[in-house]
Design a protein around this ligand. Structure first.
Ligand SMILES: [Zn+2]
Ligand SMILES: [Zn+2]
Length: 123
């Protein structure tokens, strides 16, 4: 079981599915919303149970981002055309059993840091 919650605890989520594609996203939206990078993993939307007053923000025509309206924790990303949902690795309870696999949206990364690990970097 994978479990997580926001900073204040109002939003909780869990899944029995095995999280896939653990990634660090360097896109400007994730950096802006999280303060730096956003680490997430993905499961089928039907397998993720979310409780609490989650607020969804339409960050584009194709995707929305879920956050806690009380403490502001950014927790979820969902593309309308996909039946999957991504959740914040930073919100998980240990042990997660998850290991980062790759960096994504590296072409959109900020100029104030370098990627210094050996994980694959996707454009
Ligand atoms: Zn909260
Ligand atoms: Zn991103």
């Amino acid at each position: 079981m994978t479990r997580g919650h926001c900073l204040c605890g109002a939003i909780r989520f869990e899944t029995e599915a095995s999280p896939q594609a653990a990634s660090v996203c360097h896109c400007s939206q994730c950096r802006r919303q999280s303060g730096h990078l956003w680490a997430s993993a993905t499961v089928s939307k039907a397998t993720l149970t979310i409780s609490g007053p989650i607020k969804w923000f339409d960050s584009s025509k194709t995707a929305q981002r879920g956050f806690c309206p009380t403490c502001g924790t950014f927790l979820f990303w969902h593309a309308h055309a996909e039946d999957t949902i991504s959740f914040s690795l930073g919100a998980l309870e240990n042990p997660t059993g998850i290991t980062l696999e790759k960096h994504i949206f590296c072409d959109d990364k900020g100029d104030y840091y370098e990627i210094t690990d050996a994980l694959p970097q996707k454009a």
